[in-house]
Design a protein around this ligand. Structure first.
Ligand code: IMP
Length: 198
């Protein structure tokens, strides 16, 4: 059940993903599915420390949640880094999206011809015994001049991955899974996870 950890023995090899973002969870599921890795959503609140490092933010939250729930926990932290804004909003992407939104970000970039940006996702997998592993994924691209497309979430309507001609929000799930920072990070996790016994 979403948001609840049950403790049946069959869950031993289940990855518990602490997030309240259903889009992230669905993306993770799609990527892990071919590897036959089961993932479940644990919609429990997590601590987000003040840091400019997505990896550190994810690691702290994963270690705290692993102890709290006494199980191996996965946390992801991600952000959009815009070159002409010196990497803003980066680790503040969630807050910036919730406050000024896609329109506000485009406004900050109005008149700018340099549109380069990247998305990064950092994953931390932590066990209650303090060990942790990190995996990250990055996708370079550009910020469009206006929003396009209705799929996905966050800044998907304005991000065009390098080598493509449409935004994540126009492309849909297959397109997102081919290019996204999250897909890269989860594939790295999967390749490590199927070889280990955590
Ligand atoms: P957090 O990882 O929960 O702190 O949130 C990261 C924020 O970055 C999200 O709320 C989105 O605004 C943005 N973001 C991260 N990944 C994506 C993505 O795949 N598409 C669109 N926006 C994203």
């Amino acid at each position: 059940m979403h948001g609840e950890a049950d403790t049946s023995p069959s869950d031993k090899r289940t990855l518990w993903f602490v997030t309240q973002n259903h889009h992230k969870y669905q993306e993770a599921r799609r990527i892990l599915n071919p590897f036959e890795i089961e993932i479940r959503m644990l919609a429990s609140p997590k601590t987000e420390i003040q840091s400019t490092s997505l990896g550190e933010i994810a690691k702290f939250a994963a270690q705290e949640a692993a102890k709290k729930h006494n199980r191996t926990i996965l946390v992801e932290d991600s952000g959009l880094f815009v070159k002409v804004l010196n990497g803003f909003p980066g680790p503040f992407s969630s807050y910036v999206h919730a406050t000024i939104g896609v329109g506000g970000l485009l406004h900050l970039m109005s008149g700018e011809t340099g549109r380069e940006a990247y998305f990064q996702a950092s994953l931390a997998l932590a066990s209650p015994r303090d060990s942790s592993q990190e995996f990250s994924g990055k996708v370079n691209g550009t910020i469009s001049h206006k929003p396009a497309g209705k799929q996905g979430f966050g800044f998907d309507p304005i991000f065009i991955p390098k080598g493509a001609r449409k935004t994540f929000a126009q492309g849909g799930t297959e397109f997102k899974d081919k290019y996204s920072h999250r897909a890269f990070a989860f594939r790295k996790l999967a390749l490590w996870y199927i070889k280990t016994k955590i």
